[in-house]
Design a protein around this ligand. Structure first.
Ligand code: DX5
Ligand code: ZN
Length: 237
């Protein structure tokens, strides 16, 4: 079973503590936090203080997605705020290898994020140093956008690259994920599904998470053996 990470970008920002509790109670695996600076992406969201303020109210891992220029300046503040995972965009890092090392040295799990049009070749000399790759399946900056269908082939290609390296590296997909496309992305090799609108836009968060899980499980079962990644599967249906 894939991991489901509801994105707080689609939550009610006036009630973040309750929103986190509601998706934890509904069965979420991680909390995805979108950090935007108004430069790398044309939108602004929250900083480390808000992440730290939420940290006492959930046991779930915090999956912090930095959509920032100069993310190296913010690794320590987000690690101190309680991030478990930190994703940085390859497009935003002049010294990507150094930033990935900074994340690990700060005690967090490092991930590299790629925009939809960025080639997987950007991962050639960094894949072995990360624990996860975040593939954007919309252009970053806003929730509620439509999934870009050509990203299914990119997920499949990345799953092949990961398998060839022989190291366990999670594939996270982010943007426009819902119960209609969750099977396709999991069939292609995704192991972590970020979902904002599909979870927080639903009055019944438990039902929304269950629908995503059911579709993800179906996709994972249909995954060709050549790209199967059993280590990523929870197996609890
Ligand atoms: C977009 C963010 C995503 C987004 C997902 O820049 O990285 O995490 O909030 O939201 P939905 O699921 O609504 O596309
Ligand atoms: Zn995100």
């Amino acid at each position: 079973m894939a991991l489901i990470a509801p994105s707080l970008l689609a939550a009610d920002f006036g009630r973040l503590r309750e929103e986190v509790a509601s998706v934890e109670a509904a069965g979420a695996d991680w909390i995805h936090l979108d950090i935007m600076d108004g430069h790398f992406v044309p939108n602004l969201t929250i900083g480390p203080e808000v992440v730290a303020a939420l940290r006492p109210y959930t046991q779930l891992p915090f999956d912090v997605h930095l959509m920032l220029e100069k993310p190296e300046d913010f690794i320590i503040p987000f690690a101190r705020a309680g991030a478990d995972w930190i994703s940085v965009h390859a497009e935003a890092c002049t010294h990507l290898h150094r930033v990935i090392n900074q994340i690990r040295e700060a005690g967090c799990r490092p991930a590299v994020a790629l925009n939809p049009a960025t080639s997987l070749r950007a991962l050639d000399y960094i894949l072995e140093d990360v624990d996860m790759v975040l593939l954007m399946t919309v252009n970053p900056g806003f929730g509620g956008q439509s999934f870009i269908p050509s990203m299914v082939a990119k997920i499949r290609d990345l799953a092949g690259m990961v398998k060839n390296r022989g190291k366990e590296i999670l594939i996270e997909v982010d943007g426009g994920i819902n119960a209609e496309n969750a099977a396709a992305v999991c069939r292609a090799g995704a192991g972590v599904l970020v979902a904002g609108s599909a979870v927080f836009g639903s009055a019944d968060r438990r039902a929304a998470l269950q629908a995503l899980r059911k579709a993800a499980l179906q996709g994972a079962r249909e995954r060709p053996a050549a790209s199967a990644c059993p280590a990523y599967e929870k197996g609890d249906g």
